[in-house]
Design a protein around this ligand. Sequence first.
Ligand code: ZN
Length: 82
Amino acid sequence: MTLDDRGLNPTALLGMEGPDVGCDGCFELLDEYVEAEVAGAHAAAAFPGMAQHLVCCPACDEEAVSLAALHARPPSVRPPAG
Ligand SMILES: [Zn+2]
C-alpha cells in the first residue's frame, strides 16, 4: 500500500505542487535556500521543491535549521573576521 492509495499524499495535504527535490537536491540547494530565508526572502516560494522536502524529511529539516542558525547568529567561538 502506498501513500497515494491511502489518500495521504503529502503534496495533496499541503496543497503544494512541484516535485520533492529529494535529499540529494536538498543538499545542493540548502545553502541557497537558507541564505534566502535568512535574508528575508520567501524561500519556500522560490524553492517549492525544497520546502516540500523539508516538511517530509526531518533529517534535512534539522540540517536547514542548524544552517539557518549559523547564518542568523554566527557562533561566538569563531574569532572576529578582519
Ligand atoms: Zn532529506
